[in-house]
Design a protein around this ligand. Structure first.
Ligand code: RAM
Length: 379
């Protein structure tokens, strides 16, 4: 049933995306800005879409109250196509409103490296920092310092804790993502047997939230009682380390039926390793269709029957509008506030699982052998 709902939304989303087309322009606003080529002019359907104008009392977002905003976008680490795709639409959205974005990457995917980046940014003249956090709690002092200095702090993809941000843009509800992944593991294993998780870094806020939610879903429902999670392995969002971890999982657990990789880097590495080695162990998780197309299919020749992600272009667009609305004062990040995210329509700020607030973009999207090629053209 759930799958059918997701599929229906997916079809609507895909039709909208394909109709909108995939424009391309340079996102470069500084030397640190992403070189990702793909950006979309419009976004896909979302559950929260309402399509009416925000009408904030003291701002006029359509005529450039966002103009002149200077925003820093901080990634988890460099070289991740996932972030570059979302960043491209973030940049184009801010630029279309007359602002500028500098994209900054830490030297490695750690909190310490992000703290160094933040230190540097706080001393500059930014109106906002939007970041994808490498750690849930470790950035708190630095992000509070930023907010105390009058810099708006938003987050997308991977949230720092509730005290460290004004708003989090959640790509798809944490429980919705976890439920989709658990159901995929259940389906692909046939409802019983060993499975493992191949994650990003051990401190990654978003992966840990999904993993915790998956464990909670399994613990709460007897239907999943015969699934045995044997290990959570960490590939640190590095392709080689993710490959090595996949190999180790196969060696350590010869009966392993499924690996679930809730990271685009991990799933792509595992997909290649499993397929190249004709492993009987199958794969699911969160992936980019463009990176997974060659490995997605039915039958023994393919390592991945199906996998998930979300509307990538919408993620960048929504995060950009949320950040600009914070800077303009249209929102503060408080529960129940609303704002308009351009063509995506109106969004309402809701309660996040961690006690803070968030804006949920939409539902997870399912990528199958039937639709993966179409989506691979987009991201
Ligand atoms: C990787 C990153 C990112 C995550 C995706 C699914 O690219 O870890 O944070 O959201 O996977």
């Amino acid at each position: 049933m759930k799958k059918k709902i997701i599929s229906a939304l997916l079809c609507a989303a895909m039709a909208t995306s394909l109709l909108a087309g995939c424009g391309s322009s340079s996102a470069g606003s500084s030397s640190t800005t992403t070189s990702a080529a793909t950006e979309a002019a419009a976004s896909t359907e979302t559950a929260a879409k309402a399509g009416e104008s925000a009408g904030s009392a003291d701002t006029d977002s359509s005529s450039g109250s966002y103009a002149g905003q200077k925003i820093a976008l901080v990634g988890k680490s460099a070289g991740n196509a996932f972030f570059e795709i979302a960043a491209a639409t973030f940049v184009s959205t801010v630029e279309s409103e007359g602002g500028t974005v500098d994209i900054v990457y830490p030297e490695e995917a750690t909190a310490d490296a992000q703290i160094k980046v933040l230190d540097n940014l706080i001393s500059q003249d930014y109106d906002a920092i939007c970041l994808s956090a490498n750690d849930t709690n470790a950035l708190q002092a630095k992000l509070e310092e930023a907010m105390d200095a009058g810099i708006a702090v938003s987050s997308f993809d991977s949230a720092p804790n509730a005290d460290s941000r004004q708003i989090f843009v959640n790509q798809a509800g944490t429980t919705a993502v976890a439920q989709a992944l658990v159901d995929a593991v259940y389906d692909i294993t046939g409802g019983e047997g060993q499975w493992a998780i191949l994650s990003a870094t051990s401190q990654a806020s978003n992966q840990n939230a999904w993993i915790d939610a998956m464990k909670a879903i399994i613990a709460a429902n007897d239907q999943y009682a015969n699934l045995e999670l044997v290990e959570v392995a960490y590939g640190d969002d590095e392709a080689q380390k993710s490959t090595d971890q996949t190999e180790a999982l196969l060696q350590n657990y010869p009966d392993l039926k499924v690996i679930c990789a809730p990271t685009t880097v991990g799933i792509a590495a595992a997909a290649k390793y499993l397929q190249d080695n004709s492993a009987s162990c199958k794969l699911t998780g969160l992936g980019l269709p463009s990176e997974m197309e060659a490995y997605t299919g039915d039958g023994d020749d393919y390592s991945c029957p199906y996998f998930y992600l979300w509307d990538m272009e919408g993620l960048g667009t929504l995060s950009a509008y949320a950040t600009m609305a914070l800077v303009s004062g249209e929102i503060t990040g408080a529960l129940d506030e609303t704002f308009t995210a351009g063509d995506l329509g109106e969004y309402t700020i809701t309660a996040a699982d961690d006690g803070g607030t968030e804006i949920v973009l939409g539902l997870p999207l399912e990528f199958t052998p039937e639709n993966v090629s179409e989506y691979a053209k987009l991201y």
